[in-house]
Design a protein around this ligand. Structure first.
Ligand code: SAH
Ligand code: DHB
Ligand code: MG
Length: 221
């Protein structure tokens, strides 16, 4: 269920709505060069994240899943001068690549990359009594999404906006028998989110250069 015209349409929309950004293009090139998988959000989705973070006036952003820092860069650019973004990544190579990419984009001083298993880092952030985040982007291993939901809520305040990527996976989430642990992880996450009383939540399906997938978008009461 992929459609070649979705990419063409994305390219057309990009040419209308996005200014060429040499450092973001370099980010994608350098990440590929370093052997990272090209699973970052699309450019138009990156801008959506940026608009959402700016709309809630985010001064503190939490990201779970850094990769080469592509979505990180879009989000960091939504921050005011004194703003801060904390991004969690398991793979040291991804974190190193992201660090170099963030420096090239001029946002490195706003970004702290914490290397380690994100569930553990979230636990540490809670233990450290970190100030609540205004915006959270969940985009790491799908198996742990339900745990990331818990962690994100503990680090939120009333009004925090949370976005989770890859929650439709070409509709594979419809099949309760699917053996893919990622699909199972997302199904569990969606059920937990649907039952979560502390948030107003919706999910929108997305198509484009990244195929058919979806974003969960929810706001803490
Ligand atoms: N947000 C990025 C894409 C993230 S891809 C973007 O759109 O640009 C998912 C990332 O999560 C990968 O870099 C992967 O190494 C990382 N990851 C996987 N399991 C993890 C874990 N348990 N803790 C932290 N990061 C993890
Ligand atoms: C894939 C895509 C993603 O956006 C992600 O965060 C993880 C994996 C994928 O296409 O495999
Ligand atoms: Mg993703």
């Amino acid at each position: 269920m992929s459609n070649p015209s979705w990419s063409k349409i994305d390219h057309h929309l990009e040419s209308l709505f996005l200014s060429p950004d040499p450092t973001l293009e370099a980010n994608l090139r350098e990440s590929l060069e370093a052997g990272l998988p090209a699973i970052q959000v699309s450019a138009l989705q990156g801008k959506l994240l940026q608009i959402l973070a700016a709309s809630v006036g985010a001064k503190r952003i939490l990201e779970i899943g850094t990769l080469g820092g592509y979505s990180t860069t879009w989000l960091a650019k939504a921050l005011p001068a004194e703003g801060k973004l904390v991004t969690l990544e398991f793979e040291p190579l991804h974190a190193r690549t992201a660090r170099a990419n963030l420096e090239r984009s001029g946002v490195a001083e706003k970004v702290e990359i914490r290397v380690g298993a994100a569930l553990e880092t979230l636990r540490l952030l809670v233990e450290e009594k970190t100030a609540p985040f205004d915006f959270v982007f969940i985009d790491a291993d799908k198996e742990n999404y339900a745990g990331y939901l818990d962690g994100a809520l503990k680090l939120s305040r009333s009004g925090t906006l949370i976005v989770a990527d890859n929650v439709v996976r070409e509709g594979k989430i419809l099949d309760p028998e699917d053996l893919d642990t990622r699909v199972r992880g997302i199904r569990t996450f969606l059920e937990k989110l649907a039952a979560e009383k502390r948030v107003d939540a919706t999910v929108i399906q997305t198509v484009g250069s990244k195929g058919h997938d979806g974003l969960a978008i929810f706001r803490v009461h």
